[in-house]
Design a protein around this ligand. Structure first.
Ligand code: GLU
Length: 349
C-alpha cells in the first residue's frame, strides 16, 4: 500500500513539473530605442542602444512568469547603423539556436528604423517553423509612458503562443502582430507607427492575450530556398529614389560603385524619368539587374504598365517596398542572375 502511495506521489510530482514547465525563449538584443536611455522623461532626445540586454530584461520581470528567458547581445546600435554583416551574423545565430531542442522561440529586440528590413531578411533566411518575434519601442526606457516594457511582455506572449508556430518572422509593436513581409514604419514618431499597408495586421496582443486573424501566404523560413550558412557577404544592391527633374547621375554612380542590382523606387506605378530610364536600360545591358518598385508606399508595381519592361529588361517587385525589394534581390542574386527566375521570386516571396 505504502509503495503504491509512493508511486502515486512520484507520478503526481512528475505531472506537476511537466505542467509547470515553461518554454525556453532566447532574446537576442541588437540595440534601438527599446535599449535607449535619455536624461529626461519629457524630452525626445536620447541615445539608442545605451542599455545592455540584461538591464533590458530586468526592467520587465513579469516576462519570467511566461518563459525561461536567456539574453544575448548581438549588437548595440541604432538600427539606422544596420549592415548586411549584422544581418548575416544574426540570421546564422538564430539558425543555430533554433536547431536546439531546448530553444522554443526567439525574440529579437531591434531599433524601429530598419526593423521591417531585418525581420524580412530573417523571414527569408531562417530555417525553422519555431516562433521568431521582433520587438522594439518608440519611446526610450527613461521616457514617460515608455512603450518598450509592454511591447516586450507582449512579444514574449506571442513567442510562447502555439499559434505563432509556422507564421514566419513576425513583428510585435503597440498591441499588434504583423507579418515581417508586410510591415513598414509609417510614422516617424508615433507609437502607432507599424502598419501592414497592403494587407493589414495578422493578429493582436492585448496585455499578453494573443489572437490571430490571418496567415501569411508567401514563402518564408522553412519553405525559403535561400541559404546563408556559407555566405559571408551579399551582392551590392542600391536603392534609387525617383523625382521630377531626375537624372542619370545616381544610376551611373551606382554602376561605377559596383552595384550588381538596382532597386528603382519610381513615381506612381514605378515610373521613371526619361534620362534615368535610359541609363538604367544601359546598366541592364552591362549585366546589372534592375527592379522597379514604387515610392508611393502601398500597392503593387505592375509589369507592362506605362513602362516597356520587355524592351528595357526591368523586373517588377510586386508589392514589396524598396527596402524589402532590395533584400529579396540581394538574396536572389546569391542564387541566379537569370531575370525570369528573379522575377518569379518576387511573385513567390
Ligand atoms: N533610430 C533608432 C533606431 O532605429 C530609433 C528608432 C527606435 O528604435 O525607435 O534604432
Amino acid at each position: 500500500m505504502t509503495k503504491i502511495l509512493e508511486k502515486i506521489t512520484v507520478l503526481a510530482l512528475i505531472g506537476s513539473s511537466l505542467l509547470l514547465a515553461k518554454p525556453n525563449v532566447s532574446i537576442l538584443a541588437t540595440g534601438g530605442t527599446i535599449a535607449g536611455a535619455g536624461d529626461s522623461a519629457i524630452k525626445s532626445s536620447y541615445s539608442a542602444g545605451a542599455v545592455t540586454v540584461d538591464k533590458l530584461l530586468a526592467a520587465v520581470p513579469s516576462i519570467n512568469d511566461l518563459a525561461n528567458i536567456k539574453g544575448e547581445q548581438i549588437s548595440n546600435i541604432g538600427s539606422q547603423e544596420m549592415t548586411n554583416e549584422v544581418w548575416l551574423k544574426l540570421a546564422k545565430r538564430v539558425n543555430v539556436l533554433l536547431k536546439k531542442d531546448d530553444v522554443d522561440a526567439i525574440i529579437v529586440t531591434h531599433g524601429t528604423d530598419t526593423m521591417e528590413a531585418t525581420s524580412y531578411f530573417l523571414n527569408l533566411t531562417v530555417k525553422s517553423d519555431k516562433p521568431i518575434v521582433f520587438v522594439g519601442a518608440m519611446r526610450s526606457g527613461s521616457s514617460m509612458s515608455a512603450d518598450g516594457p509592454m511591447n516586450l511582455y507582449n512579444a514574449v506572449s506571442v513567442a510562447t503562443n502555439k499559434d505563432t508556430v509556422g507564421k514566419g518572422v513576425v513583428v510585435v509593436m503597440n498591441d499588434e502582430i504583423h507579418s515581417s513581409r508586410e510591415v513598414t514604419k509609417t510614422n516617424t514618431a508615433s507609437v502607432d507607427t507599424f502598419k501592414s499597408v497592403n494587407t493589414g495586421k495578422i493578429g493582436t496582443v492585448y496585455y499578453g492575450n494573443v489572437h490571430y486573424y490571418m496567415n501569411p501566404v508567401r514563402k518564408h523560413t522553412s519553405a525559403s530556398e535561400f541559404d546563408i550558412e556559407k555566405i559571408d557577404s551579399l551582392p551590392r544592391v542600391d536603392i534609387l529614389y525617383a523625382h521630377a527633374n531626375d537624372s542619370d547621375i545616381f544610376v551611373n554612380a551606382a554602376v561605377k560603385a559596383g552595384a550588381k542590382g538596382i532597386i528603382h523606387a519610381g513615381m506612381g506605378n514605378g515610373n521613371l524619368f526619361p534620362s534615368t530610364q535610359e541609363a538604367l536600360g544601359k546598366a541592364i545591358k552591362n549585366g546589372v539587374v534592375v527592379a522597379r518598385t514604387s515610392r508611393v508606399g502601398s500597392g503593387r508595381t505592375n509589369l507592362g504598365g506605362e513602362v516597356d519592361d520587355e524592351k528595357y529588361g526591368f523586373i517588377a517587385t510586386d508589392n514589396l517596398n524598396a527596402q524589402k525589394a532590395r533584400i529579396l534581390l540581394m538574396l536572389g542574386l546569391t542564387k541566379t542572375q537569370d531575370k525570369k527566375a528573379l522575377q518569379d521570386m518576387y511573385f513567390k516571396y
